[in-house]
Write a protein that binds this ligand. Sequence first.
Ligand code: GLN
Length: 196
Amino acid sequence: MRQPRVGVLALQGDMREHAAALRACGLPEHAVTEIRSVDELARVDGLVLPGGESTTVGRLLRIEGLDEAIVQRAAEGMPLFATCAGVILLATEVLHSQQPRLGLIPVQVERNAYGRQVDSFETRLEVDGMGEMDAVFIRAPRIVATDPRVRVLARHRQDPVLCRYGRILAATFHPELTPDHRLHRYFLSMLGPDVG
Ligand code: GLN
């Protein structure tokens, strides 16, 4: 089996930390690439959609034609790992917003829903099958509803914060900002033995 190649969407947001986390999991330098075009997307086996500003990224995705390309690759089975703004981009429904989205995961999200006082916070989660994990939330979206087919892997209070839907892993927090790389490893395991 050849080395899987993973792309990190690099239109805007914290792509460098994701690339570093993937390399820390053992992927060599050349196996992690920044994705800004449809051509670059064609060369990877999986894609990370980092945090950032979902309206900006959504607009840029459309300009580049990457929105349709990602939907197409996802339909063909390419694994996706979305964090924070990435989850907003993949959601089927964003409350009070018509912003561009890919609609690949059947959840309803509300942007910046944790209120101004707790804009950003750190907490400890209990992750299904993995145990405890520190999580950093930064102006995070709140997942307010999930389709029953979406598997919730962790919650903060009542809210789902880590979900799996087919070959999509979605975290409303920032696993790239903590030294614990278990979620990146888990994502890499989703690339599976049929890569290459
Ligand atoms: N608040 C951002 C948005 O709504 C997401 C924040 C993040 O990705 N850290 O797009």
